[in-house]
Design a protein around this ligand. Structure first.
Ligand SMILES: [Zn+2]
Length: 101
């Protein structure tokens, strides 16, 4: 069904039960925020932390989706706005959740 809708609806038509998220990177030198919006139908909540420890609850799994990672050291961000390599925060921002009521 989903494949049929994706094939037959115009590209800008939101699919039923789809949400909108944005991959976001904030330069900590100039405060510029770069965003790449993307529709989603599924949230992949992790079962363990980045260190491999199991997350104690489903709430913790969903909260981990909201955390931003810091890009620093060898992973510094090349900012297109200020033209420097700088520390940055990268993560996902949920802009619209699916209408599942
Ligand atoms: Zn910058």
């Amino acid at each position: 069904m989903l494949a049929y809708l994706e094939e037959h609806l115009p590209p800008q038509t939101p699919l039923p039960f789809s949400g909108l998220l944005a991959y976001e990177t904030k330069c900590l030198s100039c405060a510029n925020i770069s965003r790449s919006p993307s529709p989603f139908q599924i949230l992949d909540a992790p079962l363990s932390s980045l260190t491999g420890d199991p997350l104690p609850s489903l709430d913790d799994a969903f909260l981990s989706l909201l955390r931003h990672e810091r890009l620093d050291g060898l992973n510094q961000y090349s900012c297109g706005a200020c033209g420097q390599k700088s520390d940055a925060l990268r993560g996902v921002v949920y802009q619209r959740m699916p209408n599942v009521r």
